[in-house]
Design a protein around this ligand. Structure first.
Ligand SMILES: [Zn+2]
Length: 179
């Protein structure tokens, strides 16, 4: 018996009615970038099912270099495997989602940030850059960062959204556009 035991039982339940899905383009033609917060699971909040959309999650749902690298690779893969299937030659839309009450906002406080840097070995600047104090501000910055990255395929569009923990509502803050 470990803490994993109840989750393994849930997996047994899941597998008992499971039908595998073949590798193919994500059926929603979306890719989601969001926070790792366990209250913001896109499968639940957006009702995503298997095969519908890849999801990249990190602290804050920030558009870091690592996220840009992943999106560049997924765009390459999509084009290689499924390119030319879409009439307008578009690959997918990236929806970046930031949320209210984000745990990363704690590092906006300088003394908390200093403590966190000492304990984790992460540079204070990196911690500060990850903070989502106001998701309406950071979502604008991150959509812009992705759209202006030279690594972003012109066949990928980007939109920005804010998820409200208090109400469960997702609101579009930046409409989808191409680089
Ligand atoms: Zn968060």
């Amino acid at each position: 018996m470990t803490r994993m035991t109840p989750l393994l039982e849930r997996n047994e339940q899941f597998a008992s009615t499971y039908t595998p899905v073949a590798l193919g383009p994500p059926t929603t033609q979306m890719l989601i970038v969001t926070c790792l917060d366990h209250r913001v699971d896109p499968a639940i909040v957006l009702g995503l099912r298997i095969g519908e959309a890849p999801v990249i999650r990190n602290a804050g749902g920030r558009v870091t270099q690592a996220v840009i690298d992943d999106i560049a690779y997924i765009a390459f893969l999509a084009e290689q495997l499924f390119g030319g299937q879409d009439a307008d030659d578009r690959l997918f839309e990236v929806a970046v989602i930031h949320h209210t009450q984000c745990g990363t906002s704690l590092v906006a406080d300088p003394s908390f940030r200093h403590q966190a840097a000492e304990a984790t070995g992460l540079p204070e600047t990196a911690l500060a850059a990850s903070a989502v104090a106001d998701p309406h501000i950071t979502i604008q910055a991150d959509v812009e960062r992705l759209l202006t990255s030279p690594r972003l395929s012109p066949k990928v569009s980007v939109s920005g959204h804010v998820y409200d923990i208090a109400t469960g509502h997702l609101t579009t803050a930046v409409d989808a556009r191409h680089p």
